[in-house]
Design a protein around this ligand. Structure first.
Ligand code: CTP
Length: 403
């Protein structure tokens, strides 16, 4: 979605593997953690070694793998203490049913469970990515253990639903490495919007002329999707109303797909009163053909193009800001010139507390952007950066205005 980032720079991840077929995905997970800037120390249980060798994980992490609490490489012979003191977080992926059961009981009969117990609980968080057969996951004993682990402060990532190695289909798959990295990055972001609900419109709209033609624009939706991700990382519950774009839904975000401005309006308006914040990033078509024809318009031989009558679309942002108790409304102004003046005019016209200006044609489809925040008090530029970095900055600005 966005260009490769170093969102885990400076983080040292202790990656634990317990026994499960999902261990093969942990090799890829190590690569992706390192690509995101983390350093990774792998610790494996004996059961994990039955699925994948420490050699693979040592080669990928560029560090010797630890498998035993009696590892004599440590001068004090206390790898369970030393390893957990260095870590920014412990991530166990895969976390097997048996490993979760042992953790829930506070057992410490191998290095990985021992170091989970010995870690400084207040500064070294524990994240678990369960991976097991769907019956094992659904079993009351596993559910009891999962609830206990959550109550003890662990964060469970997944499991996912889908095809399982055993041939069955259901809940219990380990999250894909990409999803785990996204979750870990989100975990480390400050929770500035915890408990808040955020509604976002994104992308272009498509206004049908006939069954094969229509009017749209060059908005890629990237800024709106980056904002949805950033708001969710900040702890918000996020609903994203998206026009036709080819972008993956950020994790944990509820997505409603629409085509036309009217559909976007009809999805956003009823949802708006339930939200604390509304961010209108969509490049909504201002007009639509008065009627969408049932059949394709054919050339009539006269050489004259057909006259297409247009009508104005509803202004979604203005309609939301006019609600009796509107959420905090943020508009975008994609301009081709005079960003500051045009953004300020829109602030008045749409009756919203914050407008974010940018040079539309220069930014459409790109991964970076420059934003100008305009409100009643003045204006501030957020310098050029990746859309996700800008989105996080904008989320910080919005969160400050909510308090
Ligand atoms: N917007 C909207 N519904 C519309 C048109 C715009 O919700 N029918 C929102 C956009 O999502 C954006 C803001 O209003 O947040 C400004 O959009 P823009 O197209 O720049 O403004 P317009 O009101 O269309 O003004 P103009 O085209 O004259 O610049």
């Amino acid at each position: 979605m966005t260009s490769p980032s170093m969102d885990l720079a400076g983080k040292h991840i202790l990656l634990g593997l317990s026994g499960g077929i999902a261990c093969y995905k942990s090799a890829e997970l190590v690569r992706q953690l390192i690509q995101a800037g983390a350093t990774v120390q792998v610790v494996m249980t004996a059961a994990a070694e039955a699925f994948i060798t420490p050699v693979t994980l040592q080669a990928l992490s560029n560090r010797p793998v630890y498998t035993s609490q009696w590892d004599a490489r440590e001068a004090n012979n206390m790898p369970h203490i030393n390893l957990s003191r260095e870590a920014s977080a412990v991530l166990v992926a895969p976390a097997s049913a048996d490993f979760m059961a042992r953790l829930a009981q506070g057992r410490a009969d191998d290095l990985l469970s021992l170091l989970c117990l010995a870690r400084p609980i207040e500064r070294c968080p524990l994240l678990l990515a369960p991976a097991m057969n769907r019956e094992m996951w659904a079993h009351p004993a596993t559910q009891r253990n999962a609830a206990q682990l959550r109550a003890d402060g662990a964060t469970l990532l997944g499991p996912d639903a889908g095809d399982q190695a055993c041939g069955e289909v259901g809940d219990g798959r380990m999250l894909e490495p990409e999803a785990l990295v996204e979750e870990l990055i989100a975990f480390f972001q400050p929770k500035r919007l915890a408990g808040k609900r955020v509604l976002i419109t994104a992308g272009p709209t498509f206004e049908a002329i006939d069954p094969v033609r229509g009017i749209s624009n060059r908005s890629s939706g990237k800024m709106g999707f980056a904002l949805a991700r950033a708001a969710r990382e900040a702890g918000a519950e996020v609903t994203l109303v998206a026009g036709p774009v080819a972008l993956a839904t950020p994790r944990g975000v509820t997505r409603i797909d629409v085509q036309s401005a009217q559909q976007m309006h009809d999805a956003a308006l009823p949802a708006a009163p339930m939200n604390d914040v509304f961010i209108a990033t969509a490049a909504v078509a201002d007009w639509r053909p008065a009627e969408a024809l049932e059949h394709k318009i054919k050339k009539d031989g006269s050489g004259r193009p057909p006259a297409i009558e247009m009508v104005e679309n509803p202004d979604i942002l203005a309609a939301v800001s006019r609600l009796p108790k509107p959420p905090f409304c943020v508009g975008f102004a994609a301009e081709s010139q005079n960003v500051s003046e045009n953004a300020r005019a829109k602030l008045q016209r749409k009756g919203v507390p914050l407008i974010v200006g940018n040079l539309g044609p220069a930014t459409f489809g790109r991964d970076d952007n420059t934003l100008l925040l305009v409100d009643a008090l003045g204006q501030r530029e957020i310098p050029t950066g990746g859309k996700l970095a800008l989105a996080r900055e904008l989320v910080r600005e919005i969160a400050e205005r909510l308090t």
